[in-house]
Design a protein around this ligand. Structure first.
Ligand code: ZN
Ligand code: ZN
Length: 43
């Protein structure tokens, strides 16, 4: 569990474009984007 799934948008640094969904390559299933940008409650 060391790596969290991140959407291609967040990987590219386009966090504003990310819709909060990412593909988890580990489980081969749709997962929530684990980028830290989604952890901030203030927008
Ligand atoms: Zn992000
Ligand atoms: Zn994201």
């Amino acid at each position: 569990m060391s790596s969290v799934p991140r959407s291609p948008d967040c990987r590219d640094g386009n966090c504003r474009k990310c819709d909060g969904e990412a593909w988890d390559d580990t489980t081969d299933a749709l997962a929530s984007c684990g980028c830290t940008c989604h952890l901030e409650s203030t927008h």
